[in-house]
Design a protein around this ligand. Sequence first.
Ligand SMILES: [Cu+2]
Length: 180
Amino acid sequence: MTVIQRCPQRQPKARRVVKAVAAALALALPLSACGPASDADAPAEATASRITVERAWSRETAPGQDAGGAFLTIINPGGAPDRLIGGAASIAGDVQVHTIDMTGGIMRMRQLAEGLEIPAGGTVTLEPGGYHIMLMDLQRPLARGDAVPLTLEFEKAGRIEVELAVQPIGAAGPGKAHHG
Ligand SMILES: [Cu+2]
């Protein structure tokens, strides 16, 4: 948890008033009842979401296939939930967050209009058959061995850049593309 308690005396206006009073009375008033934590302004990182993304990969597409899936693992070590709300990629006209539903024995993809929640302290894996990123309106096929840049957009963490390691059709994971 990184909740920073604000001490009322830290507010500049209040402090100015106190200082003015002290000057007027020529007294050294004890100004601070706060602990050392309030001595400096809280660093920005203290309250910002810290999301990391691992194992970003995709699968090659057949010629004429106009959409492809992207898969990755999102880790949220922070104390507050965040939300994957979308993204952008130069290779795709649109980037969407999808889930897969079973309806009457038929698997269907559906866009998550509200995005995908990443719980505080949680890990969410996007993988074939489940949550995934959909690269819509592909400008060119995804080819095995490609590293495709993708920008993910989170509600709090903002934009995070990843590279999708493109695997053969039928691959179930990112393999060892980065090491071989
Ligand atoms: Cu999809």
